[in-house]
Ligand binder design. Structure first.
Ligand SMILES: [Zn+2]
Length: 479
């Protein structure tokens, strides 16, 4: 059965200081309800919207990063519907009509190894407020409260063509989008509710079902997986799959039929009379492009060609901007890119909790900074500790935040490179193991037994190569 999946991704432009059409701040999280508002974002009569110029730049950068065409002129439209979270009873958004498009159209994005998804459009719009149910859910609440602190926060909606069929690809694609908006510095995806996703799913023989309210990108794959299984079961039992809107139940991990039908109404889009058409002009894109931050693909290329990393290691690093930044800070302290990257990609990540791997706040739970990894990599490359010990040291570092050299000293893991100390140990072993010494004179392989004893005596800290040299030397001298 063929499956088609399309995505509508909402990213708040948290990198901006003020809302889309007024000067209220974007930092609304954790604030007293309805304290981050003004007459404009409350939709009071007589107020006029004033467009945030920086928001247009940010939305254009996202469009360009997704290989979209940015038009020379943009407009805003009223999307009319009644819902308590919408103080004006319409949302200011964009629409493709009268030959004017939204801020980005007809793009594409490569993701995974060599997959491509087409981008239908990118549009700039305002976030609605928030309806807060008294007991947490609509069904169980006697009343709801409304908080307009979020109303008017700049939002970019990215709409893809239905180019996905595998839930895993949805995840990979969303990871790439996350990395792009993080690299552009336009959206902090770690903030709660800063990225949301609606998913359209249809299986062969059924109509399109839209799943709303997928609160995070990591939930999107689960929602898609559930919905495909549900629809396939229905089709195989000859039950009709209706076109409908369902909601993702985050707690029970299922999609539920949506009670409200407001999504099906006609939005009566019409041009916003209080905002004139905005001419961006030909030069706008040309001037914007050079000022854009380095994107994940370019960064990966640089990691491979300039720093000699393998494509796989470079890929793991750029998928999470936090990790790639951590890597670059570390090699500033100790310039050995391959060694450092391997410590990060192979060893450091293994200490990250499974749940933290989803969110992007990858290293938050670990007490580790670039200085720790830089020192550890240096200690290994300078042979102060061997790799096995270094891994044990890292385990201690991420828990305590102590420097690797301190941990090494405490656990006496530092390899003894001083040959006089090793020579003393060899001397002691030769005294204690006289029959083994006699054996070793006949059979060179038996020297390994003596080496084992030396390592035992030094609690594994002797440099084995030096120790073996000294043992063989002593065997020759005492023959
Ligand atoms: Zn305001």
């Amino acid at each position: 059965m063929q499956t088609k999946i399309g995505l509508e991704i909402h990213c708040q432009l948290t990198g901006l200081k003020s809302k889309l059409f007024c000067s209220c701040g974007t930092d609304y999280r954790g604030k007293e309800p309805n304290s981050n508002v003004c007459p404009t974002c409350l939709g009071l009569p007589g107020t006029l919207p004033l467009l945030n110029k920086k928001a247009v730049e940010f939305a254009s950068m996202i469009s360009l990063a997704l290989d979209c065409r940015v038009p020379e002129e943009i407009m805003f439209y009223r999307k009319n519907y009644f819902y308590p979270d919408l103080p004006k009873n319409f949302q200011l958004t964009q629409y493709n009509a009268y030959g004017i498009t939204s801020i980005g159209v007809d793009g594409s994005l490569q993701y995974g190894d060599d997959k491509v998804a087409r981008i239908r459009r990118v549009q700039l719009e305002e976030d609605p407020g928030r309806v807060v149910y008294e007991s947490g859910s609509m069904e169980k609440s006697l009343y709801a409260l409304v908080d307009y602190n979020r109303a008017g926060i700049p939002l970019v909606e990215i709409v893809t063509e239905p180019d996905f069929s595998d839930p895993k690809d949805v995840r990979l694609f969303l990871n790439k989008i996350t990395s792009i908006v993080e690299h552009l510095g336009v959206c902090d995806t770690k903030l709660e509710g800063s990225v949301r996703c609606d998913v359209n799913v249809s299986v062969q023989g059924g109509l399109r079902v839209e799943i709303k309210n997928v609160g995070s990108f990591s939930e999107a794959e689960k929602a898609v997986r559930y919905e495909i299984a549900r629809q396939k079961t229905m089709v195989s039992r000859n039950i009709e799959v209706k076109a409908e809107t369902r909601h993702w139940d985050d707690a029970r991990k299922i999609t539920k039929e949506s009670r409200s039908k407001e999504e099906e109404q006609d939005y009566r889009y019409f041009p916003e009379p209080d905002i004139p058409a905005i001419t961006l002009g030909k030069d706008f894109v040309l001037s914007l492009k050079p000022s854009m931050p380095e994107l994940p693909d370019a960064r990966k290329e640089r990691f491979i060609s300039a720093l000699g990393l393998s494509p796989h290691v470079a890929q793991v690093l750029i998928e999470n901007k936090e990790l790639a930044d951590f890597f670059e800070l570390t090699i500033k302290l100790y310039n050995s890119p391959k060694e450092v990257a391997n410590w990060i990609v192979t060893d450091l990540i293994s200490f990250v909790d499974e749940k933290d791997r989803e969110g992007g706040n990858l290293l938050a739970g670990l007490k580790v900074g670039p200085e720790h990894i830089a020192e550890l990599a240096r200690m290994v490359e300078q042979n102060t500790v061997n790799r096995t010990m270094a891994k044990q040291i890292l385990g201690q570092v991420v828990r305590t935040g102590e420097m690797p050299s301190v941990v090494a000293r405490k656990s006496q893991a530092t390899r003894i490179a001083d040959s006089s100390v090793i020579a003393d140990a060899v001397e002691a072993v030769f005294k204690a193991e006289q029959s083994a010494v006699a054996d070793a004179r006949q059979n060179p392989n038996a020297a390994n037994f003596l080496l084992g004893k030396v390592m035992q005596l030094t609690k594994g800290r002797a440099d084995p190569k030096t120790a073996l040299e000294l043992i063989n030397k002593k065997l020759r001298e005492t023959t």
